[in-house]
Design a protein around this ligand. Structure first.
Ligand code: 7TS
Length: 424
């Protein structure tokens, strides 16, 4: 159930959503930057944390701090319970079949590297191919490139069109008998495109090709059901989902994970060790060598509880209407050029301002207390596609408001005036 407002304070939208009430959960949003109220529009990089998450992490260190899976003492039992409860919360959150399919890692990046090493190194050989798209984050390019270099394999790329949508005609799906994996982002972090991943998964599965979905930018915005999607791997980062940094998730189908060798060796991932032979532990522990990020995992569990308490079914329409508002406001000015017009998108918008380098825009906005991201967004092939080296990117969360978008547009106008006067 979503947390719908039932009092009629100012700031309540037509959707019955009290954004001002929600904002009270995020202590960081109260501060001023350069004397102006903080307007945080860099949520695709990392989302802010509600006090429920901060308190869960604090509580771990204040009351339960202990190592997991090893102790019979009370603190260790409590820590283990919190850690394994979080695994169950993640399982439910993405509707995986089993807890064995949920591996805790450092983030989306580590999850992809794990698959590249544990799956890739045993499956991919010389002249084999891995298919990516032209809108991947570097995290979903470089690990595959490293693997290809080692194995003498090749990357194939699904192209995108001028709007920033993938070209998914049969001719543009470069699958063949040498394709060993498809690794595709669910949502572009640079231009916000939601890719029709089911279509790609179905086409790949017709040829028995497994598919990894990079969910770093989808998990925070809408409901994901890995069984319904049918993907073989799905990865996301906790910190973009209002959780702590340094924790993320690899989902993998049990049958595939069972066949994969461990990624790292160490404590907790073994059943028995002698100098002659080590027997590996069962799933999911086989992939969780060493002491994990226990406080982070506990905090991620609290973040998932928090997102449930707000309600993805509330978050999605609110963010959609806010995105629509931002697009309309930005489109009012001919000197603002929106980059990409995808058919379906999340609340990530890239733009450039005529005559001002994105980094200068970012610096001027910071003086107004507004945080946006400028640069290539770790997606240089996307920049190249649009003939740019950098863009300005705003990325909205459910605690952002229309007033903040108005302030952004006001600050952009100011930046434009400053630069026009300089040039005069
Ligand atoms: N995949 C996508 C689609 C991403 O957007 C990111 C991070 C990653 C993978 C890597 O996630 P990490 O948590 O392991 O670093 N994206 C961004 C961004 O857009 N700005 O900063 C980080």
């Amino acid at each position: 159930m979503g947390r719908v407002n039932n009092h009629s304070a100012a700031g309540v939208t037509a959707l019955g959503w009290d954004v001002w009430n929600i904002r009270r959960d995020f202590p960081i949003l109260k501060q001023k930057i350069h004397g102006k109220p903080l307007i945080y529009l860099d949520n695709a990089a990392t989302a802010q944390k509600p006090h429920q998450v901060i308190e869960a992490v604090n509580r771990f260190y204040l009351e339960d701090c202990s190592n997991i899976h090893r102790g019979v003492h009370t603190l260790s039992e409590r820590a283990t319970k919190a850690y394994e409860n979080a695994r169950e919360k993640v399982r439910q959150f993405i509707n995986a079949k089993s807890n064995k399919e949920i591996i805790f890692v450092r983030g989306a990046t580590e999850a992809i590297n794990l698959v590249a090493q544990a799956f890739g190194r045993t499956t991919v050989g010389a002249m084999d191919e891995i298919v990516l798209s032209s809108m991947e984050h570097h995290s979903n390019i470089v690990p595959w490139q490293m693997l290809c270099e080692e194995k003498g394999a090749h990357l194939r790329v699904i192209p995108m069109n001028e709007e920033g949508d993938l070209n998914l005609d049969k001719v543009n799906l470069p699958f063949n008998e040498r394709t060993k994996l498809v690794a595709l982002t669910h949502v572009s972090n640079a231009i916000g495109t939601i890719n029709p991943i089911r279509k790609v998964i179905e086409a790949a599965h017709l040829r028995n090709i497994p598919v990894l979905i990079d969910g770093a930018q989808s998990a925070p915005h809408f409901r994901v059901d890995v069984q319904q999607l049918g993907c073989d791997f799905y990865v996301f980062s906790g910190h973009k989902l209002y959780g702590p940094t340094g924790v993320g998730v690899l989902y993998g189908k049990q049958s595939l994970l069972e066949r994969m060798p461990p990624y790292q060796g160490g404590g907790d991932m073994i059943r028995s060790v002698t100098f002659e032979k080590t027997v590996f532990n069962e799933l999911p522990y086989k992939f969780e060598a060493g002491t994990p990020n226990i406080s982070g995992v506990t905090g991620l569990g609290a973040a998932i509880d928090y997102v449930h308490s707000v309600g993805l079914e509330q978050i999605e329409p609110y963010e959609r209407s806010l995105t629509q508002y931002a697009l309309e406001q930005l489109a009012t000015y001919p000197w603002i050029r929106l980059i990409g017009r995808p058919r379906e998108r999340v609340s990530v918008i890239s733009f450039v301002v005529d005559g001002i380098h994105p980094h200068d825009v970012g610096t001027i906005l910071d003086q107004e207390g507004i945080a946006i991201r400028t640069g290539h967004h770790c997606a240089q092939p996307v920049m190249e596609h649009f003939g740019l080296s950098a863009t300005c990117r705003l990325s909205l969360a459910f605690y952002n408001t229309r007033e903040e978008i108005d302030a952004l547009v006001g600050a952009l106008k100011k930046a434009r005036e400053v630069f026009s006067n300089d040039g005069a």
